[in-house]
Design a protein around this ligand. Structure first.
Ligand SMILES: [Zn+2]
Length: 263
């Protein structure tokens, strides 16, 4: 019994670190893409002193904690975003597997891998949008391609479901953006269009509501504290990404529950 628990814990840790390692790389992507640096070339280095990181310093989460969030060479503090993104990567990996099952070899099933891929793209898009207020078209294309692949992985969502999903949120957003200047950015509208194609109409509507809710929860205290004016705009992409992440797992169920209330 104890041996089984031990093996389960080891497997859980292995899975967590698999996700954390992938997101550790994605953190590099969020730094290098907006700076116009090549994503895969060049060893990881300290942004302050340029010290090339050793194998130990590349271990996700653990190296940050053991180094107490400081570079070993120059003692410059490493932004906590590194650790947060790595932990989030581990959580995403475990979350995807727990919701959609583990495949052979104990790694992600196809459905879970699709979920993890979507969470990865959303996370990178959200971090870059937060820092630069831009959602790159390449992320929209990746989500659209994931939608095409998911015809096989998630056959329960048919073509009509996906086609309606692509327009049901994005068209009203587009109409609002045309009427009210700065209501939504083009990147946000495209994000909802391609996500709707991936998720189907119920889940994407749910994702929009959750995103608006999260945006509201962020805005109201910021406005009350005077740090955000009535006319100020802010990056909405991260809130949409949050809503869409939840919607990927729970959107259909939340929508069915809500529709049952209306009957
Ligand atoms: Zn350094």
């Amino acid at each position: 019994m104890a041996a089984i628990v031990f093996l389960e814990v080891c497997l859980g840790l292995f899975r967590f670190f698999a996700g954390a390692s992938i997101f550790s790389f994605l953190h590099v992507v969020t730094c290098r893409l907006p700076a116009g640096e090549p994503v895969v070339c060049g060893r990881s280095h300290c942004p302050e002193c340029g010290k090339i990181l050793t194998g130990f310093e590349l271990i996700p989460c653990l190296s940050y904690v053991l180094q107490k969030g400081k570079c070993r060479a120059c003692k410059a503090s490493i932004p906590p975003g590194y650790l947060i993104l790595e932990v989030w990567g581990g959580v995403c990996f475990l979350w995807s597997g727990a919701m959609f099952g583990w495949g052979s070899w104990g790694i992600l099933s196809w459905k879970a891998a699709a979920a993890f891929a979507y969470l990865s793209v959303l996370t990178v898009a959200a971090v870059i949008d937060w820092n630069t207020r831009i959602i790159y078209d390449r992320f929209h294309i990746m989500i659209f391609l994931l939608g095409v692949v998911s015809f096989w992985v998630f056959p329960e969502h048919g073509l009509w479901d996906r086609m309606i999903g692509a327009v049901i949120v994005s068209f009203p957003m587009l109409a609002l953006a045309l009427c009210i200047e700065g209501a939504f950015g083009g990147g946000d509208i495209k994000l909802m269009a391609c996500s709707g194609f991936l998720l189907g109409w119920k889940a994407v509507v749910c994702g929009m509501f959750l995103g608006l809710l999260a945006g509201g929860i962020y805005c109201i205290p910021m406005m009350a504290a005077g740090r955000l004016g009535r006319k100020d705009s802010f990056a909405f992409g991260p809130f949409l990404a949050f809503g869409l992440s939840l919607a990927f797992f729970y959107g259909d169920r939340i929508a069915d529950w809500y529709l049952a209330l209306l009957r």
